[in-house]
Design a protein around this ligand. Sequence first.
Ligand code: KG4
Ligand code: ZN
Length: 364
Amino acid sequence: MTDTLTFLGLESSCDDTAAAIVRLTDGKPEILSSVVAGQTDLHAAFGGVVPEIAARAHAEKLDLCVEEALEEAGLGLDALDGIAVTAGPGLIGGVMSGVMCAKGLAAGAGLPLVGVNHLAGHALTPRLTDGLTFPYLMLLVSGGHCQFLIAKGPEDFSRLGGTIDDAPGEAFDKAAKLMALPQPGGPSVEAEARKGDPKAFAFPRPLLDRPGCDMSFSGLKTALLRARDQVVAEHGGLPRQIRADLCAGFQQAIADVLIEKSRRALAEYLKLAPANPGFAVAGGVAANQAIRAGLETVSREMGAEFVAPPLKLCTDNAAMIAWAGIERFRSGAQDGMDLTARPRWPLDRSAAPLLGSGKKGAKA
Ligand code: KG4
Ligand code: ZN
């Protein structure tokens, strides 16, 4: 007899409305559908995500995304075994829209409801894509997140450190603004950096002189601003080659910090003597070739398998929420109609709160 679990997942904690269906058959997960409706256009004029606009758009689009996900999978609600929904952390209006929608569906269809921590969704993705076994080390690195976690179980995470101010993606986005490059900043700064000399400017490597895995990226952006202003004062503008050099130096500084801190996090993680050491990275910044290659090298040097899930599963999506819901459900967890939306929800409750909040709202 085959053993299957099919879950619908909903995600609406930031600026992507998403619905997906994931099925687990005899221990093997499969994404049957994954629909993501972005809101970039709605927020473009404001230079950031506007929570009220996001919440309204989620409320309008969730039903449509669910319908599309079911249709793509060729299933009806009656084929599901449960509904998983991001219950935090994130922009509260959006999270509430998702939780309300999930409650309605679960009550209407008589299905179990499972609330999922958005960060757990990211952190459990390497098990969906590559079957990583617990415990593994995870680096979440995007526009809103930057932290090292040891994933020990579906609800058991230890945070080794994280950014105390900006997330690296946020730093890339601000750097692009300073360099008059298009948004999102990461890909445009990376393209520019390819043409530049990373050693032409000396940027700081914040917090490398201090022990531990905490990071800081806001000072780098200030250093870039100062360097740019000096160039403009000297040259009466920003010559192309110098702009490329600035981008290359800035990117290298971020890469060096992430790589060195990963080395420390790996050393800490390896003390657990895992049977199959694994280091996984998720988030938009993982798309950066220089950063990705550096992380892969350090992982190999330390003897851990390096996993970088496909980009569309590294960035916000609902397949990761459906999967995290399945993982929680299998471990015996389930929520009732009293499930509440939480703006803050640290994965590791024993770790000290991070100071930074990231451009996309507090991410625990
Ligand atoms: O994970 P993501 O799509 O959304 C969240 O922030 O939750 O990450 C988006 C972030 C943006 O800040 C973007 O500039 C950055 O990831 N990013 C990159 C690259 N591609 C995207 N940063 C550096 N290099 C890239 N190639
Ligand atoms: Zn996210």
